[in-house]
Design a binder for this molecule. Structure first.
Ligand code: GDP
Ligand code: CA
Length: 497
């Protein structure tokens, strides 16, 4: 199974994901049919035990453009993704429903209410009414989104980036109508009413400080095989998602490859005004500058690879020099087939990233380098070792906090090479005398009694290496010695360098 997670804004993210779903469906079908020619996507078309594959796509959607309007909660990007994937989008507009009428908006305007420059179609209003009803009834935005998707069946799991309301605002650099320079106005007012034509000094995410990633978001990044930054606005779509606490760190520590697709072609934002956003944060409107703005995961950025349009081929050497694998391919999403081809290129470049950087995680060292570590690491990799024990004093000496459930570490071998990512699934501190047989057995060292387990560990804890590292030549464990019992699972085996 291939798990792909996309961090999407509205139109660009939705269109890309539609092409991705089509591409994955055709890869899955070819693999299921055992196509002798296989596929260019290589590792991203693996076969399950039954001989069939299924790809699973999660879309983490920007909610920074959301707002209250006429008493309703409007989520432009969630709806664009849902309608596009569910077959209910207006293809001409790229957002909203086809065959719309505007009678309700006209009535609201007749009362002098609403925003005259932000029209809501009658069919679209039904979505906002249902969502608002759910929210008022106590549902989270995640739950409301899941409910709406039951009708639209988008073929992917849609997750809002956060269940808290985080609304992007812009700070005006000059007066505009009733607003004064320095005022914060909602992003949608700047974008739709002023068509991004008024100078702004900064973007402010109102509500960000109290926001947490929605349920499933961090896991969808950490557990993915591939994370894609589609050609969405790098500032107010992807940039906003990345600003939610924890999301950027998840991208940096995931074992998935992270591949981005440039929303900028030949120095211009395609269909949109992304250049006005890039200007505000001081990034040039070019495929190169946006790739470098995201940065390489080998440095302090989030990308392993970046697709640029074939007209931007001259950006490739500079991107590669910055540690980002780059390739120039056609990036116009002119129709679903062309977009599926872009997705195929993203899958292809991801499959070729065999030297992806080691995830940015703490190191887990088992015993000391040498035959014992080799045996323990082999037991972790083959799944026979799922528990481990340390004396509490070792944590004090190395001045490291106790492990917590859910934390991940990179296991290194005797040569110091990363071999696997593990996740802590349980932590207990007990007396040495209270260690039970289950724990002893799950150490994966063949112990069939607690006494044998303890004898083996005493040999290790009383070894010269351990006494030297503790700095106590007479260090001896007794029944009352506090020990840290950890349980773990292998998240991913890393490719051998
Ligand atoms: P929004 O929330 O509706 O503004 O949509 P997104 O943030 O998902 O994406 C908007 C961006 O998509 C635009 O700023 C463009 O740069 C980009 N875009 C739109 N169409 C295309 C296309 O055909 N190819 C590429 N590469 N980018 C596109
Ligand atoms: Ca948007």
């Amino acid at each position: 199974m291939t798990r792909v997670t996309v961090l999407a804004g509205g139109v660009g993210g939705a269109r890309f994901t539609r092409g991705l779903l089509q591409q994955l469906a055709s890869v899955d079908a070819r693999v299921a049919a055992n196509d002798p020619f296989g596929s260019r996507e290589g590792a991203f078309s693996g076969t399950s035990a039954q001989g069939a594959t299924a790809s699973e796509v999660t879309v983490i959607v920007n909610t920074g453009d959301d707002m209250w309007l006429d008493g309703l909660r409007i989520c432009p990007d969630l709806d664009t993704v849902m309608y596009t994937l569910g077959g209910g989008i207006s293809e001409e507009q790229g957002w909203g429903r086809p065959d719309e009428s505007r009678r309700t908006s006209a009535e609201i305007a007749a009362y002098g209410r609403g925003w005259s420059w932000f029209t809501l179609g009658d069919l679209d209003l039904a979505t906002h009414i249902v969502r608002t009803d759910l929210l008022r009834g106590g549902a989270t935005l995640s739950a409301a989104t899941e409910f709406l998707c039951r009708r639209w069946q988008p073929g992917a799991r849609l997750l809002p980036m956060s269940d808290q309301f985080v609304e992007t605002h812009v700070r005006l650099a000059a007066d505009a109508d009733e607003h004064r320079a320095g005022d914060l106005i909602h992003f949608e007012e700047w974008w739709v009413r002023y068509r991004a034509g008024k100078p702004v000094s900064e973007f402010v995410q109102v509500g960000l400080a109290d926001a947490v990633a929605a349920p499933g978001v961090i896991e969808a990044i950490l557990d993915a095989d591939l994370v894609i930054l589609p050609p969405s606005n790098p500032v107010v779509s992807v940039g906003t998602i990345l600003s939610v606490p924890g999301i950027r760190d998840a991208l940096r520590s995931t074992t998935a490859r992270v591949v981005g697709v440039s929303p900028i072609i030949s120095g211009a934002s395609v269909r949109g005004m992304a250049d006005a956003c890039l200007n505000t944060i001081g990034v040039q409107t070019s495929a190169l500058a946006v790739g470098l703005h995201y940065g390489s995961r080998r440095g302090d950025g989030v990308l392993d690879a970046w697709l640029v349009d074939k007209t931007d081929a001259d950006a490739v050497p500079a991107l590669e020099a910055a540690g980002i694998r780059a390739v120039a391919v056609p990036l116009w999403m002119s129709d679903v087939a062309a977009t599926a081809q872009i997705a195929a290129e993203a899958l292809h470049i991801a499959a070729g990233l065999t030297d992806a950087p080691t995830p940015d995680l703490p190191i887990a060292e088992f015993a000391f380098p040498g035959p014992l570590r080799d045996r323990l690491v082999a037991a972790i990799l083959d799944g026979s070792k799922t528990s481990t024990t340390s004396t509490l004093i070792e944590y004090g000496i190395e001045d490291v906090p106790l492990p917590v459930v859910g934390s991940r570490q990179v296991v290194i071998d005797s040569a110091g090479h990363p071999v696997a990512v593990i996740e802590t699934t349980g932590v207990r501190v007990t007396r040495l005398a209270d260690v039970d047989l289950d724990h002893a057995r799950d150490e994966g060292e063949g112990y069939t009694s607690v006494a044998a387990w303890r004898a083996g560990h005493e040999t290790f804890w009383h070894s010269d290496d351990m006494r030297a590292s503790i700095g106590d030549p007479a260090f001896t464990v007794i029944d009352d010695t506090p020990v840290v019992l950890e349980r773990m699972r292998v998240v991913r085996v890393l490719p051998r360098a």
